[in-house]
Design a binder for this molecule. Structure first.
Ligand SMILES: O=P(O)(O)OC[C@H]1O[C@H](OP(=O)(O)OP(=O)(O)O)[C@H](O)[C@@H]1O
Ligand SMILES: Nc1ncnc2[nH]cnc12
Length: 170
């Protein structure tokens, strides 16, 4: 399937100069939504996975879908101040700004095998911060899994040493 047909380009959102990749048309089309989940799962193959970690907000679209298919748990990584229980934090750079991510301290057990999922890999700051949170809790990141990668922003090089897969590359 030509998944790029379902990604809309929005210029100057959320800030002047940013070319935003909008995946909502992909989510709305039942066949494309399902086919994309199957492709994301194909990247993971037979890997043993205990937990899928999805990053707020757009990692919450497919993260739970992948977790259910893998018979794994789902753990949200959230922006600062949203998680109610004991947590750890990490601050990182975005294509447009900075942010702080948090994860519940009891969300990952030592040795858990973790797939992280997000919609977009841009600079890689979000994904790298997430890997660091998981590793701080003793988890093992087996794959970083994305719908799309903005290759010019070189996020994959920030994730050097990790397995990185994306369905679409721009
Ligand atoms: O590779 P990076 O440069 O870190 O950028 C990628 C991140 O940016 C977007 O999230 P955003 O912070 O816009 O929040 P949202 O998902 O709540 O829209 C996207 O969903 C990724 O999480
Ligand atoms: N250009 C972009 N489009 C959509 N999501 C993003 N996250 C970071 N950069 C993005």
């Amino acid at each position: 399937m030509d998944f790029k047909k379902y990604v809309r380009d929005i210029e100057n959102f959320p800030k002047q100069g940013v070319g935003f990749k909008d995946i909502t048309p992909l989510l709305k089309d039942p066949a494309a939504f399902k086919a994309a989940s199957e492709e994301l799962l194909r990247f993971i193959g037979d890997e043993k996975v205990d937990v899928v970690v999805g990053m707020e907000s757009r990692g919450f679209f497919y993260g739970p879908v992948l977790a259910l298919a893998l018979n794994a748990g789902f753990v949200p990584v959230r922006k600062v101040g949203k998680l109610p229980h004991h947590k750890i934090s990490h601050t990182y750079d975005l294509e447009y700004g900075t942010d702080t991510l948090e994860i519940h301290a009891d969300a990952i057990n030592t040795g858990d095998r973790v797939v992280i999922h997000d919609d977009v890999l841009a600079t890689g700051g979000t994904a790298k911060a997430t890997c660091q949170l998981i590793e701080a809790l003793g988890g093992v990141v087996v794959q970083c899994n994305f719908l799309l990668e903005l290759t010019t922003l070189r996020g994959a090089s920030k994730l050097d040493g990790y397995v990185v897969n994306s369905l679409m590359r721009y």
